[in-house]
Design a protein around this ligand. Structure first.
Ligand code: APR
Length: 238
């Protein structure tokens, strides 16, 4: 039974030098997200997209976890079996920090996937060149990042852990891809960690208004500066 459900996004890794998506006008390292992260873009030019992910994989090689990644990994040690972290990030900084109970909702840069049998296998920081599937020997291989236009099988874990956990923590996500409001509503205690009060219109109204209405705590600071406040709330509420 998990008591703490963490959902993180690109803001968590920003202070480690990895850029967010929407802070840069929908550009991911200068590329249009909808081109490099959609099935249309992939079908239009597989080589271009493969090269793009090769570069992203290389980029994260020297990146280090920041103090929030480390805090979250330690939280798991402090409360064994009570913390689950679902991340939208495809980098491996949570793993580098030592986090174990971690689910990547949008895939992983350091793996490749077989298009025939769907086996996921590690490639580390290497380029995707002419790898074959270790399971079925297929040469039909792709990056392991979930694209717009595809299903995200790990999303089943969102309602599961939302129902289970007492505390919901949203760190560094705009909520524009995964709506965080239902999870905040569902939790006994919910914490919004983000230096910005995101302000946009959802299907039901203003997201900004929902931050006040449904989050019991707001820490409007960059992730690494939010640790002390976050720790205090967790200690009190768990
Ligand atoms: N600490 C915490 N949050 C921060 C920081 C920081 N230092 N700096 C920026 N942020 C916040 C921004 O205010 C923003 O709300 O991080 C959020 C990043 O939002 P997005 O760029 O939209 O990233 P994310 O929510 O992870 O995007 C979700 O979109 O394109 C897809 O698949 C991609 O997983 C990604 C998904």
């Amino acid at each position: 039974m998990k008591k703490i459900f963490i959902l993180s996004g690109a803001g968590l890794s920003k202070e480690s030098g990895i850029s967010t998506f929407r802070d840069s006008d929908g550009l991911w390292e200068g590329y249009n997200v909808m081109e490099v992260c959609s099935t249309q873009g992939w079908e239009a030019d597989r080589n271009k997209i493969t090269n793009f992910y090769n570069d992203r994989r290389k980029d994260i090689k020297d990146k280090e976890p920041n103090s929030m990644h480390i805090f979250l990994a330690k939280l798991e040690e402090k409360y064994p079996n009570q913390v689950i972290h679902l991340t939208q990030n495809v980098d491996n900084l949570c793993e580098k920090a030592g986090q174990k109970d971690l689910i990547h909702l949008h895939g992983t840069l350091t793996d490749l996937r077989c298009e025939q049998c769907h086996t996921v296998f590690s490639v580390g920081y290497e380029k995707q060149t002419d790898q074959t599937c270790p399971n079925c020997n297929s040469t039909s291989i792709r990056h392991n990042v979930v694209m717009f236009g595809e299903s995200a099988p790990e999303y089943v874990n969102l309602p599961k852990y939302s129902d289970e956990a007492k505390i919901f923590i949203a760190i560094g996500t705009s909520g524009k891809v995964i709506d965080i409001v239902p999870y905040a509503k569902n939790a006994e205690v919910s914490i919004y960690v983000n230096p910005n009060r995101e302000d946009y219109t959802t299907m039901f109204g203003s997201f900004d208004k929902y931050i006040d209405e449904f989050f019991t705590h707001k820490i409007l600071k960059p992730a690494t500066e939010a640790i002390e406040g976050l720790e205090k709330i967790i200690e009190k509420e768990i």
